[in-house]
Write a protein that binds this ligand. Sequence first.
Ligand code: TRP
Length: 328
Amino acid sequence: MEKVVSGIRPTGNLHLGNYFGAVKSFVKMQDDYDCMFFIADWHSLTTHPKPENIQQSVRTILAEYMACGIDPQKAPIYVQSDVKETLELYLFLNMNAYLGELERVTTFKEKARKQPDNVNAGLLTYPTLMAADILQHRAAKVPVGKDQEQNMEMARKCARRFNHIYGVEFFPEPQNFYFSEKALKVPGLDGSGKMGKSEGNCIYLRDDDKTITKKVMKAVTDSGPQEPNSQKPEVIENLFTFLRIASTEDTYNYFDEKWNDCTLRYGDLKKQIAADLCSIVAPIRQRIEEYSANTELLDRIAREGADRARESASATLKEVRRIVGFRS
Ligand code: TRP
């Protein structure tokens, strides 16, 4: 089975956009690939030198991903900072990474602009740490969003350059694995494009039925269908997207007909969406609560994940040391 590795940024609780996007794809991938997931806590130091409650957010991520269906037996989850082998590869890769190319990375330039008082070396070498995350497992594929393209290009460059400098065929070039094309895009409830944390329009997997219903009932609409069989404006299309995501085809068709003959009442449509979203989220929320209460289990999952990651990384490092000319 091909190896797949992906990092998870510790950025707050999962919402429906994450769930129907990355997380469901991860859950599917764990059956088809040899997957490993990790929580990129070192990376978060590049922008947040004093992480608040990092232990707690690690447990939250573990609980939420497992509640969504990640099975650590199939796909180990580990915490980046538990696997020190990564640092040694990071050092080797940094020795062959050049200031000019690192400075040209768009995300570096953006972050340097956003935090001019903290343009630290970690920020500059973010791509080589990411390359080490991937190359230490000699992964074939990395599920990433469009925003990670340049970092992935750097990871391939690191692999290629290492092979070239030392005259070996050791690191495979990791390929981007786009799930976002196939994944469902969850719209915002405020009429805006997509559901996202920075947009402040999220339904979280931790939300209870009442909260979900309240959020859905507040969704932006218009004055209602005016002419039979007219095209739906974006805000209404968004509501129908929720039906497509959460409801049965019959339910979708029922409301679509009502739209077409101008008898649709948005209140009914929203009630239906809220009820169907609740029935998706409720069992996940319950599992999140169960896992969250079991810190012993969560800590054990992270420990076992780290053991498996270390095993894979130390085999790579042993070879790397030998190839570079150090004692292995
Ligand atoms: N840079 C990724 C992001 O911002 C997170 C990440 C760190 C990552 N290391 C990785 C993703 C390795 C994939 C593989 O989302």
